[in-house]
Design a protein around this ligand. Structure first.
Ligand code: ADP
Ligand code: MG
Length: 391
């Protein structure tokens, strides 16, 4: 990186001497670094020199990291502010990010390669935005969203564990609910005051509806979390292109959605050739997409409540593309809904997550395909996906 002397300055603030030594020793060969032990010393350097990046610890005696960041933002707005922090401090990080106090956070214990990347980014960001407040503001907003995304990813990961135990315990309660008739029977033969008996009997009666409700909510939470996890997972672009044989996947999606279709008095059918070309998308992804679309169709048919509804998957190949239409004669969508579908979390269904179509769009987009939705209120909806055929 040329002469270290001429490089932009990185200022590191940490009350622990050992941390400062490690920071300087492992990064000093790549960056021009000054380290200090407290807020006031950091402010003195900020006043005297052009600091590109301020990296601070959060918990320090005297002036806290947050206080330091606040003053630094006021006095030297162009300096890129970052914190090194323990993962347990999610709340203060979130606050700091949303207030625009920090652009990025670094989780302790840090890995050198990651920190090098973050510092390079900070110096670049500082170099490009130091003379333009507008550019700086735009960059910080992008950073804020990206950071929130990655924090959401961590939280989602942590939510999975308690959710699993919730689901298991719900199943347990469902077993208890099944024993309600036996419980009622033995209650009727138990010598108890009438008032107490009535109260207990009512509670036992509630077991079934309450646990059914509980299970539905737990499942809803679970699908929300799955959806969030999908959203926050970056797609690995370096992975090799995969191919899928569409017909078995179409059949599988139809089978999976059969139950909803039955309760909706709807039929699901396939119209198209008996052989389809392989398409450039992974089987898992195409399965996810088709299940989402057929499910939406079946739900729309159910919402309409007409005696005989239909969801059709229509396949057609054209030059080197495969077109799959999922068509239903369900409720259809008014224009304002049609304009908003595919926005993450947009749903009109009480038990919906609003992640189905967003997910489909994302997967199809990254496979190099297209998704189009046509819908008429009271008539039905057709979702068309076009995917490149394997070369
Ligand atoms: N086939 C369809 N017919 C009518 N409305 C639909 C259809 N597919 C999607 N929608 C509308 O789009 C919204 C978003 O769908 P989606 O992203 O799959 O999320 P969710 O199914 O969880 O609501 C639905 O709530 C519904 O209003
Ligand atoms: Mg859906």
């Amino acid at each position: 990186m040329g002469d270290l002397e001429l490089q932009p300055l990185v200022l590191y603030v940490d009350d622990e001497r050992a941390n400062r030594i490690v920071f300087e020793q492992s990064l000093g060969s790549d960056f021009r670094i000054k380290s200090v032990s407290d807020g006031p010393a950091a402010l003195a350097i900020l006043d005297a020199e052009d600091v590109a990046a301020l990296v601070t610890d959060m918990r320090m005696p005297g002036m806290s990291g947050e206080e330091l960041l606040r003053i630094a933002k006021e006095r030297k707005p162009a300096t890129i502010r970052m914190v090194v922090t323990a993962y347990a401090d999610v709340d203060p990080i979130l606050r700091a990010i949303n207030e625009g106090l920090v652009a990025r956070y670094i989780i302790k214990p840090w890995i050198r390669a990651e920190l090098v990347q973050v510092l390079r980014w900070a110096i670049e960001a500082w170099t490009f935005t130091r003379n333009s407040t507008a550019l700086y503001a735009r960059l910080m907003e992008t950073e804020r969203l990206a950071t929130l995304g990655s924090i959401a990813g961590m939280l989602v990961h942590d939510l999975k564990q308690p959710l699993m135990s919730l689901l298991i315990n719900v199943e347990h309660l469902r077993e208890l609910a099944k024993a309600a008739p036996i419980l009622q029977d033995s209650l009727s033969r138990t010598p108890l005051a009438l008032e107490e008996k009535t109260r207990l009997s009512e509670l036992v009666d509630d077991l079934d509806p309450v646990t059914t409700d509980l299970k539905a909510s737990a499942m809803h939470l679970s699908s929300l979390i799955d959806g969030l996890r999908e959203l926050s997972r970056p797609r690995d672009r370096s992975s090799k292109v995969e191919f899928a044989d569409p017909l078995p996947i179409v059949r599988h999606a139809m089978a999976v959605c059969q139950e909803i279709a039955l309760t909706a008095h709807a039929s699901i059918d396939y119209q198209g050739p008996g052989v389809l070309p392989r398409v450039a998308i992974s089987a898992t992804e195409l399965t996810q997409i088709l299940i989402n679309l057929v499910q939406n169709g079946a739900q729309a048919v159910a919402a309409r409540g007409a005696p005989q509804g239909k969801v059709s998957i229509v396949a057609r190949t054209e030059s080197n593309m495969l077109e799959l239409c999922v068509r239903d004669d369900g409720v259809g969508m008014p224009p304002d809904v049609l304009g908003r579908v595919g926005t993450p979390f947009f749903t009109t269904r009480a038990e919906g997550t609003g992640l189905g179509l967003a997910q489909c769009q994302r997967l199809i987009g990254s496979a190099g395909g297209r998704l189009r939705i046509e819908s008429a209120l009271g008539i039905g909806t057709t979702v068309t996906i076009v995917l490149p055929v394997a070369a």
